[in-house]
Ligand binder design. Structure first.
Ligand code: PRP
Ligand code: URA
Length: 211
């Protein structure tokens, strides 16, 4: 944790893969694989504090007192569309998690998020929700997604991204200080089109090859 519930993962494998993702020569196929791999590595860290309960298991030799996950179940909530790239990596470690979807795009003129789709698991308010989005730029999309979840009575929310700008962290801390932020890199700033500098460009376009 650096401060205020903001966690930056400095694991060498994560840093190495983020560097490959930044490279403009990285192909769509490679980019997609890297997003998935980094998400899986981050899942390991994000779930570090999940509660455990003790159970008994019969091994071929004896009875073992041992630990399994306890407490609330998880749900993943990718922000469409770039958040989709993080789902498979997370599910490979958390195969029982439910997956909701929220569709937001940044209006290119106002840079404000516009919601166009939402489907949550039926029991979302009983679950711990991890919002997935590779980029935290102005923070507008993250703040809107969290406000939407809170309006549905959902309280246990975490936000996970790959690259964050200081501006996005600040906005999220101001509007939703209760929501932990997990990211792999904290970059310098935003440019005049609200792209993260140095960043990796448009995550959605790089994931889906649309530009
Ligand atoms: C990108 C990104 C975030 C958002 C971040 O999505 O995936 O959702 O921008 O910017 P913000 O912090 O300033 O809100 P985009 O609007 O490009 O849509 P896409 O995922 O469909 O490409
Ligand atoms: N969205 C992206 O995909 N990239 C950025 O740098 C900022 C917002």
């Amino acid at each position: 944790m650096i401060k205020d519930n903001v966690f930056i993962f400095d694991h060498p494998l994560i840093q190495h893969k983020i560097s490959l993702m930044r490279d403009k020569r990285t192909t769509t196929k490679e980019f997609r694989e890297l997003v998935s791999e980094v998400s899986m590595l981050m899942a390991y860290e994000v779930t570090r504090n999940l509660p455990l309960k003790e159970i008994e298991v019969e091994t071929p030799i004896a009875t073992a007192k041992t630990w399994v996950l306890a407490g609330k179940k998880l749900a993943l909530l990718p922000i469409l569309r770039a958040g989709l790239g993080m789902v498979d990596g997370m599910l490979s470690l958390l195969p029982m998690a439910k997956v909701g979807h929220i569709g937001l795009y940044r209006d290119p003129q106002t840079l404000e998020p516009v919601e166009y789709y939402c489907k949550l698991p039926e029991d979302a308010e009983e679950r711990d929700i991890v919002i997935l989005d590779p980029m935290l730029a102005t923070g507008g999309s993250a703040v809107a997604a969290i406000a939407f979840l809170k309006s549905k009575g959902i309280r246990n929310i975490q936000f996970m991204c790959l690259i964050a700008a200081p501006e996005g962290i600040e906005r999220l801390r101001r509007d939703h200080s209760d929501v932990p932020i997990f990211c792999a890199a904290l970059d310098q700033c935003l440019n005049d089109q609200a792209y993260i500098v140095p960043g990796l460009g448009d995550a959605g376009d790089r994931l889906f090859g649309t530009k």
